[in-house]
Design a protein around this ligand. Structure first.
Ligand code: HEM
Length: 481
């Protein structure tokens, strides 16, 4: 038999998958070689896949905290070991676990992201640690801090109004999740790179979808895999951004573009704290990062807020009252001012309670920089560490009757430190918290002012894939005021 006859597609694929899995298998074997260390209790599950499938299953069922809760009860309520994404992993539980991970960045732990994220977002902030991360965060923050975002509020409001006029006004039934996606994407295109032409936005949108689907995936770069499609889509977006940058440099020189018009101009004209300008590749990768980090997260929260307001008319009425008060005295078409945002206290408490009960992200990752002790167990150097929003958000000692919706939990000084972490914490906390706050408040202000709604499926299931989303897209019947 000829050798080429053996090289059928399935045989080649099997061989490739085997070769690509070898590092994971080696890692799995190595992780079982710690007989002398007092490791946290727990199970490493199956070879290579570990407990990934069980973790994903609880997320698909919409209850990711169950995976954590079961193991906290079975092993130790403070910390346990497992294996996910091909890595041995230690789960730090509750507010104490959050406190440890968030307070020890660059000491015992360091941020870590799955391989697919690092390969797709190459030179962006997520692949940087220590001093490099600090300077890059500072530079990105100079665009994303509240003072800077004040200047973009009017733009956000006009994007929201225009989006609602086009996609919601006059419709009887709207599928919320895919529709809000367009708002989040239009807003990001506009504020990050001044891409406003609807044809260009809709041409970019499917490529962006392909990219998003593969950011958290098995990093197997073979035709047909999610990861491969995401790499191709990311490269196509990069080429487009390269063209936009080329034109923008010329426009900035000729004063045809403003240095403050969007994130792109900002990064082209602003050096970091060491006086260095980001390279073109770094600018592009960071724009891709913010597109990824800010897209499905905010979209998930807006969808969940619409769900909760649809389920609880008394909360809706209170939100409406606050928003009408803000609109009172404004002329038709007058856009939101910064002072208006400060008055949206109840709406933000509602959104914060939604973020507690239905956080879009289940947690994030760190890596042990050296062997260290936590809760009397040894955590080995190189092991991956994670925390989970659910383990503190649903803790009845921190949030009495944790499954009940109660926006008043956020009045006054609010939750205890480290108990509420939808945006993570410490030096690697979410950079887009203020951006997300404005994006959500501005959108919901425009929504409640114009409509009341009913849910088609009152208890539609929400699941994590990898972020929280409604299983059927959340259809609502709109009634204009
Ligand atoms: C409600 C919406 C959002 C939620 C719930 C959220 C949540 C998170 C979480 C949990 C992390 C990990 C933090 C940690 O490891 O401690 C994170 C990181 C990050 N987020 Fe967000 N995020 C949201 C919106 C946004 C937006 C709108 C942007 C950008 C415009 C953004 C940009 C980032 C970036 C750049 C990081 C990485 C920070 C670093 O590695 O230093 N996020 N986010």
């Amino acid at each position: 038999m000829e050798v080429t006859e053996l090289l059928t597609l399935p045989a080649v694929l099997t061989l490739l998958v085997f070769l690509l899995s070898l590092p994971l298998i080696t890692k799995f074997v190595k992780t079982r070689k710690y007989p002398n260390l007092n490791l946290p209790p727990g199970s490493l599950g199956w070879p290579v896949i570990g407990e990934t499938l069980r973790f994903l299953r609880s997320g698909h069922e919409g209850r990711p905290e169950l995976f954590i809760k079961e193991r906290m009860e079975k092993y130790d309520s403070r910390v346990f070991k497992t294996s996910m994404l091909g890595e041995p992993m230690v789960v730090f539980c509750g507010a104490a676990g959050n406190k440890f991970l968030f307070s020890n960045e660059n000491k015992d732990v360091q941020v870590w992201w799955p391989t697919s994220v690092r390969k797709l977002l190459r030179s962006s902030l997520v692949t940087k640690v220590g001093y490099d991360a600090k300077t890059m965060r500072k530079l990105l923050m100079s665009f994303l801090n509240p003072e800077a975002l004040k200047n973009y509020l009017a733009k956000m409001d006009s994007v929201a109004c225009c989006h609602i006029n086009t996609h919601w006004q006059g419709k009887e039934v709207v599928l919320v999740y895919p529709t809000v996606k367009q708002y989040a994407f239009e807003l990001a295109c506009c504020l990050f790179a001044s891409i406003e032409d609807p044809t260009q936005v809709s041409r970019l949108s499917p490529q962006f979808d392909e990219f998003l689907k593969g950011v958290i995936s098995f990093p197997i770069n073979l035709p047909g895999t999610r990861f491969h499609c995401a790499m191709k889509a990311a490269n196509a977006i990069r080429e487009l951004l390269k063209l936009i940058i080329k034109k923008r440099r010329v426009d900035l020189e000729e004063n045809k573009a403003s240095p403050t018009q969007d994130l792109l101009s900002h990064l082209l004209v602003t050096p970091d704290s060491s006086g260095r300008f980001l390279t073109e590749i770094e600018i592009i990768d960071n724009i891709l990062l913010l597109l990824f980090a800010g897209h499905d997260t905010s979209r998930s929260v807006i969808t969940s807020v619409i769900k909760y307001l649809g389920q609880m008319p008394h909360v809706y009425e209170q939100v409406l009252e606050e928003q009408l008060e803000i609109s009172k005295g404004k002329e038709a078409g007058q856009l939101l001012q910064w002072e208006d945002i400060q008055k949206m206290k109840y709406l933000w408490n509602v959104a914060s309670e939604v973020l507690r009960l239905s956080p879009p992200v289940t947690g994030s990752y760190r890596e042990a920089l050296n062997n260290f002790t936590y809760a009397n167990y040894t955590i080995p150097k190189g092991w991956k560490l994670t925390w989970s929003t659910g383990s503190s958000h649903k803790d009845p000692t921190l949030f009495p009757e944790p499954d009940n919706f109660d926006a008043s939990r956020f009045e006054g000084t609010g939750p205890a430190p480290f108990s509420y972490a939808p945006f993570g914490g410490g030096p690697r906390m979410c950079l887009g918290q203020e951006f997300a706050r404005l994006e959500i408040l501005v959108f919901m202000h425009n929504m409640v002012k114009r409509f009341k709604w009913e849910l088609f499926i009152p208890n539609e299931k929400f699941l994590y894939d990898p972020m929280l989303k409604p299983s059927k897209g959340l259809a609502i019947r709109l009634n204009s005021h």
